[in-house]
Design a protein around this ligand. Structure first.
Ligand code: AMP
Length: 467
């Protein structure tokens, strides 16, 4: 997963992007980069690590101009190299282009093989570069038209920002898998336009959220002039429901719904579907916090901060090796023994992927003296890999694809276990049910993945990179 942010029409644009990326750091911690257009050239700075590490003031100062965009990247170990850090910048017959991408293309490898056979030379192993090659082969008088032609060939999930001499371009794929919103930032010299993965980035800058891009929409901004285009490809909206369950920040508004509020509704629904005879409700911080609040209010059971999180440790899931992941949970989470001892605990988390975290946490509760541990999960069983940008492992590693509910309960050593139903989840979101992607729970893939791309995804499902 990744976070993207851009701004058009503000002095010191790179500094604003830096702040926007800071607010989107939760969407990717591995590498980050910013490009800025100063009216004559595109400047690029990128590196491995967090936004604050890669961009000390002197590095930001090298990026002049009123137009800039940036990226925070999340990926697994195999592709963790600076060459794959975005933005990707190229020079074409239409001028320089810099691009950032959140999502995952499902036909990138097929396209890449074709382009290579026709003579293209790729600089990175990232799927995003395919879009640039398709553009370079289809030059148009207006660069945005060349981009739209390229996008009629790519499939899958993409929210994009593109910087060019002609303007800043924002794109959401025809299914709108990943979020992308637009905001206005008032300043002494007029209104600037911002684009970002989540609205929490606008809050930090004091920008006002205007709207999300529509699925299939392309917006070009040059100064204060804005134009909207459509990708001429049919597609019904399939917005990623997992953004609401886990990925987005609770203070963001995503797909028109406030994320924290949705999580509370998920928790309340879970309490209705799967009540437990218990004394306290304890969230797994931070992923289970809001759902636990909802569960507590609906069930009437008291909410307790029965577990503390060390905030100076990265997300457990990022560690690629099983041995480190096991250790990581303990480094990150510790029970508050005085609250747990002798209690029947309802433990709330957002999801179970491999089961490693849940098993550790249930064990911690028992070691802390819990009388019973009832595990409740505020989403349905994750049984299918995501091909649209969420890092889920292959099916053989997804515990819900391999074991029954009772077997999972036994594996995590809980007294009882229940997940939220797909219906209950969709009822907690304000949009029409069919407008959400639920593939990771149902296997219902709106965009199929075939051929080389499918083989690659099955070998390295958590990587959006090509070999
Ligand atoms: P596991 O130990 O594999 O079952 O990991 C489950 C934990 O990872 C849950 O507590 C989730 O909050 C978190 N999680 C779920 N999906 C993801 C993801 N795609 N990226 C990072 N963390 C995740």
């Amino acid at each position: 997963m990744c976070g993207i942010f851009g701004i058009e029409g503000r002095e010191d644009a790179a500094n604003h992007v830096y702040l926007g990326l800071y607010a989107l750091q939760h969407r990717g911690q591995e590498s980050t980069g910013i490009v800025a257009w100063d009216g004559a050239r595109i400047g690029l700075e990128r590196g491995m690590g967090h936004v604050a590490e890669v961009f000390p003031a002197e590095v930001i100062a090298r990026l002049a101009g009123r137009r800039a965009l940036g990226h925070t990247r999340y990926s697994t170990s195999g592709s963790s190299v600076v060459e794959n850090a975005q933005p990707i910048v190229v020079t074409t017959s239409m001028g320089p282009i810099g691009i950032v991408h959140n999502g995952n293309l499902t036909n990138a490898l097929t396209l890449r093989k074709r382009l290579e056979a026709e003579g293209s030379i790729f600089q990175t192993t990232s799927d995003t570069e395919v879009i640039l090659h398709l553009m370079a082969r289809n030059p148009r008088a207006e660069l945005v038209d060349s981009l739209i032609v390229a996008l009629t060939e790519v499939e899958g999930a993409y929210s994009l920002l593109v910087i060019t001499a002609q303007g800043l371009i924002a794109v959401r794929d025809p299914h709108g898998f990943r979020p992308l919103a637009m905001a206005r930032l008032a300043g002494p010299n007029g209104i600037a336009t911002c684009f970002g993965s989540e609205s929490c980035a606008f809050d930090l800058l004091g920008a006002e959220l205007e709207r999300e891009l529509e699925p299939g929409e392309v917006v070009l901004v040059d100064g204060t002039e804005r134009r909207s285009y459509r990708i001429p490809v049919a597609g019904t909206p399939r917005r990623c429901a997992f953004e609401h369950v886990y990925f987005a920040r609770p203070d963001s508004v995503v797909f028109g719904d406030p994320v924290g509020e949705v999580r509370r509704r998920l928790g309340a629904q879970l309490a209705r579907e799967a009540p437990a005879a218990a004394d306290i409700v304890v969230p797994v911080p931070d992923s289970g916090l809001f759902a636990a609040l909802g569960y507590s209010r609906e069930s009437g059971l008291p909410f307790e901060f029965g577990m503390t999180r060390n905030h100076y440790v990265g997300r457990t899931f990022i560690e690629p090796r099983q041995s480190i992941r096991n250790f990581g949970v303990k480094v990150k989470l510790n029970p508050v023994r005085a609250l747990i001892r002798g209690k029947r605990v309802v433990l709330i988390d957002d999801s179970i992927v491999r089961g490693t975290t849940s098993r550790k946490i249930v064990g911690m509760m028992r070691e802390a003296g819990a009388a019973e541990v009832h595990l409740r999960i505020s989403s349905p069983p994750t049984a299918w890999p995501c091909y649209y940008g969420i890092d889920t492992p292959r099916r053989s590693e997804l515990i819900a694809a391999q074991k029954s509910l009772e077997e999972i309960r036994a594996f995590v050593e809980a007294d009882s276990l229940a997940y939220l139903s797909v219906d209950g989840l969709l009822a907690s979101l304000s949009g029409p049910r069919a407008s959400y992607c639920t593939a990771c729970w149902t296997g219902d893939y709106a965009v199929p993945i075939a051929g080389e791309d499918r083989r690659q995804a099955e070998l390295f499902p958590a990587e959006s990179d090509l070999p």
